[in-house]
Design a protein around this ligand. Sequence first.
Ligand code: NDP
Length: 266
Amino acid sequence: VTAINGNFRLMGVIGDPIKQARTPDNINPIFEARGAAMVCIPLNIPAAHLATVWAGLKGVKNLAGFGVTLPHKQSALALCDSLDPLAERVGAVNVVRREADGGFRGYQFDGLGFVNGLRTEGHDPAGREALMVGAGGAAMAIAFALVEAGVTRLAIANRTMEKARDIADQVNRVTGSEIAVAERAEPKPGQLLVNATSLGLNPDDALPFDPALIDDTMTVAEVIAKPEETRLLALARDRGAKVHSGIHMIRGQAQLIADHLIAVGS
Ligand code: NDP
């Protein structure tokens, strides 16, 4: 980031730990390229101090907003002055923006960022069948976004089946979609396969899909951004599938979040 001066507006990213946060290095170049006098900085905030820091951030008048990462995505819901409907439906906030009236409004960009990344990389999910493994916070956001993006079918598999059922019920209730729960993560030809679990963060993690069932008609997409190429993606690539790293979810979000924060108060 070049020459920060008193005209700059701040974006924070709150989380604990925070060292892994990729938002600052992805969003600062976008602020600079857009000519926005804004800078994004990581803030390591333990859960026990969240409410105190939150109240303090209200008083920082040149704070445009902040990203919210683990473990604060759910607890942030109750602290926001208002919620965008998507954040309310997903049940998690990952961006807070100071609105023109000074209030902190919670938004949710995880799923939108995932789909934006897919589109940017030439893997538009519209008109495709998708099979997703995982039923945590990221999976909920992605399920909403894939339905919105026009997948023809979506099935969700997860180690804990009730959580997959909860996501399907919630998304179906709100959108009228017909997401199904899959007892096993068995890929079918032509599908978009999504790993929305945390499997792959460590090199010796189990694989979310059996690579023997992956072929060159499929696209395999990750939420894991570090490593940029997980073992799953390397094996899928070997089998001729198109692969899509979790880094594109971060980049896809960074574009949307930068636009969103620049839009107020500039
Ligand atoms: P959650 O803790 O809410 O969910 C974790 C998911 O992983 C659950 O479905 C869980 O299954 C599954 N899981 C974990 N360990 C195992 C295991 N040993 N075997 C089988 N399944 C397992 O996490 P999030 O949804 O918030 O995040 C998931 C991943 O997405 C994280 O790695 C995170 O880094 C990444 N992420 C990436 C983003 C990006 O921009 N690239 C943005 C947000 C998240 P179960 O329900 O049975 O416990």
